[in-house]
Every structure is written in C-alpha cells, then in structure tokens.
Design a protein around this ligand. Sequence first.
Ligand SMILES: [Zn+2]
Length: 272
Amino acid sequence: MNKRKNIEAQLLELTNIQVIDTLYDRLMQLQGELPMEIKDLEDEIEGLKTRLENMKEREKEIQQQIRLLQGRIENAKRLIDKYEKQKLSVRNNREYLALEKEIEMQQLEIAEAEKEIAKLTEELEGSEEVEGIQAQMEKVQEEIEDKSKLLEARKKELDEILAETGRELEELEALREKYWEAMDERLRRAYLRIRNNFMNRMAVVTIERDACGGCHSQVPPQRQLDIARRQKIIVCENCGRILIDPDLMETARNQIKKLVKVESIFEEESEE
Ligand SMILES: [Zn+2]
C-alpha cells in the first residue's frame, strides 16, 4: 500500500466514522428532552410518595394520641363520678374539701386533654388558618396521579421513538464499533479531540462554496486542490476541523447507506 492510498484510506475511515456519528446524533436528537424529563418526573414522584408516607405516619400518630387523650378523659370522668358519690357520705368538712380538690384536678385534666385533642384535630382536619394533613395528603395524592399520568405519556412517546429508531441505533452502534476498532489510535484521538471541541460535533467537514463546511472561513484554491488530492490530512486553519472534498463524503455516505438502513435520515439530509 503506497502512502497516497494510505492517507486516502485514513481520510475515508475518518469520514465513515463522522457519517455514522452524525446519523447517530440525529437519531438521538429525536428523543429530545424526553429521557431527562422522564428521569425528573420519576424523581419528583418518588419524593411526593415519601412525603405522602410521612404524612400518613403523622396521621396515624395523631389518631393514636387522640385515642389516648380520650381514654384519659373517660378515666377522669369516672373518677369525678366516684368522688361525687363519696361526697354524699363524708364524715367531716376536711374530707369534703379534699374530694372537691380531687374533682377540680380531674376537671383540669379533662380540660387539658380536650385542648390537646382540639389542637391535634386541627392539625389533622385543618381550620381557617391552617391546612390539615388530610387535605395536604389529598393534594399530594392528586399531584402524584397527575405526574404519573404525564410520566406514562412521556414514556409512551419515547417508546414510540425507540420503536422507530431503536434498530437503527443498534445497527449504527455495531457498525461504529467495527470501524472504530479498525482505526489507528492516533486518528481516533485526533477525531475525538476535534469532535468534542464543537457543539455540532463535526470533526470532518467538506469544502462548501470554497469555504470550510464547519466554520465557513474561506479555503484558498491551492489548499482546495491539496484536499481533493487526498495525499495529506488537512485541517481548517481557522477551526481545526479535518477538511475533505465533497466526493469523499458522498463515498462514505453511500458506503454506510449500504450497511445500515437509515433511509429516513438520509432523505432528511438531502432535503436540506
Ligand atoms: Zn473551519
């Protein structure tokens, strides 16, 4: 293999990888924000469910406390009844006053418990000033349902996209691996370094209207001839992207087109 053939082969390798990556990026773009939206919704629903669980726990706790307080009230009432009866058979005033004192204490106990119950009931059922836990739980439940519906819709959208593009993505991945393995380490590094430099992820671009297809800066005629000869790997002096002639891009596209059925995207490309 002479040097000329060698460089030309390297240029084609680079172009093939670029064609595959561009197709892959376009297919991935069809998914848009969906994967991120789905992840966010799942996290939000998870958080809401935890909040709901905590509120249910608190609700149980309050109900239990109320039952205990009611028990204390019942008990105090029984005691008061008992003391009232004892008052009828006291022997002296001191005993009478002592019973009166006991009754008063039990009445205080009842008042305190009732106050506590009112506070807990307010926390549970709410009032004009505070929103009760039960109302909050209803809202959170509704929010969970709304977000779950949205999540299902987004998942369905993504599934539909993946049903259309999943096979193509897999084929492209497999093909890319094959081509990538065959490439020189030096070329791979150069390709990745350039590709990662740019938002449009293009490392290999064609000459378009006498200019770099990446940054649109003019390419002098002599340089264009050198590029067309394919004897050197030439990069744009302005942006650093690898420059190739349009025929080489066409060759690479036809090659990939034969290997992976991604007509939908190739068509889109030619419409531009
Ligand atoms: Zn450029």
